[in-house]
Design a protein around this ligand. Structure first.
Ligand code: DNO
Length: 346
């Protein structure tokens, strides 16, 4: 595996200098953040991102993410224009040597939590999800915004968008995903980019919106749509792990060749559809990280792997889930497990 770390570009308080100092760190996971969703990413911007990263002796291993325009997810006639742009972005990324592109197919909202600053007993704070609280949240209320959410909607636009999803069923969302993949995957094959869909987080419907990438069954269906080495998965243990029915290690073994990007995050399930994001340590959460890493080791995983959200520890403040300290501890822990596995094997 290639140990990697997410970096939000030059605005990120967690700098490339700091990331470089994490033992074993090799790759950077990033994106172009100032191009509106649906437009083509210009080659110059991609090139300068790559150069900036390489100046710090790191490599751009994954794009997380090239966002999918809502018209594509809704299956509107305008989708073809956005799909054509998406293809061009893939070509531009391939020209810069990018090999893996992460994306998701969650309607409107990306990852969702009910509290971003939940105090843990050890004095750190973390992200938590409680379904009962989310059920009562109004995504249209002023001021409600989460770090993964697109906040560029003009007044009234979000309301309209939510209304357009009213009659979109899970089955329709699958059809729209299939349409997108039939268009995109041949281009990904041609330019040698591995597409890696991120599971829905949490892996169930929220705010009445359909969500489809939630379980082993969804992965089977995804692969079935277009069985190509370029049609793959970002395997996120935190997302799938929120549902105890998902057997993570088994899923890794089954879908191994389709996993192009690994997110290793721990969560502690604290009730029905309720969880806290714990440190990466197995005994702190519900995900057995050794089992997970063992499965990756068994399948001979050589792709990028990154620690995921961290708690806020040691007084750090910043982007929820994406501070430096706890993610760095996660990276070192994962790398330690990996080293032990590799050495035991040989
Ligand atoms: C959260 C992330 C997600 C992820 C997207 C991928 O921390 O894992 O925001 O980047 O869903 O498209």
């Amino acid at each position: 595996m290639k140990l990697s770390f997410r970096w939000y570009g030059k605005e990120d308080e967690v700098t490339l200098e700091y990331i470089r100092q994490i033992p074993g760190m090799q790759g950077i996971v990033s994106a172009i953040y100032d191009v509106p969703v649906g437009e083509v990413w210009p080659s110059e911007k991609i090139q300068s991102l790559k150069e900036e990263i390489e100046k710090h002796d790191l490599t751009l291993t994954v794009i997380e993410s090239v966002p999918v325009h809502e018209d594509i997810k809704l299956g509107l006639p305008t989708r073809d224009k956005y799909i054509a742009n998406y293809k061009q972005t893939l070509k531009n990324l391939a020209n810069a040597g990018v090999g893996v592109v992460c994306y998701n197919f969650m309607p409107v909202f990306d990852w969702t939590r009910s509290n971003l600053y939940f105090p843990l007993a050890d004095g750190s704070t973390t992200l938590i999800y409680e379904d009962k609280v989310v059920e009562k949240m109004n995504p249209l209320a002023e001021g409600l915004s989460l770090p993964g959410w697109d906040s560029s909607y003009a007044e009234g636009e979000l309301k309209e968008l939510l209304q357009s999803y009213q009659d979109v069923t899970e089955e329709m969302l699958w059809e729209n995903l299939a349409y997108f993949l039939h268009e995109i995957i041949p281009v990904a094959e041609e330019v040698d980019i591995k597409m890696a869909i991120h599971p829905d987080d949490p892996p169930w419907s929220i705010f009445g919106l359909p969500r489809i990438i939630t379980s082993e069954k969804s992965l089977a269906r995804l692969i079935d749509i277009q069985d190509s080495p370029n049609n793959g998965i970002t395997f996120c243990t935190g997302s799938f792990g929120a549902n105890s029915e998902n057997n993570l290690a088994e899923m890794i073994r089954t879908y191994g060749s389709k996993i192009h990007f690994a997110h290793c995050r721990n969560i502690k399930r604290t009730g029905e559809r309720t969880f806290e994001e714990s440190s990466h340590l197995s005994s702190d959460g519900s995900v057995d990280m050794v089992e997970v890493m063992q499965a990756y080791n068994e399948i001979g995983f050589t792709g990028p792997l990154r620690p995921d959200h961290g708690r806020m520890i040691w007084g750090e403040t910043g982007r929820p889930g994406y501070g430096l300290y706890d993610r760095a501890l996660g990276a070192v822990y994962l790398n330690g497990i990996w080293e032990a596995l590799v050495k035991t094997k040989s």
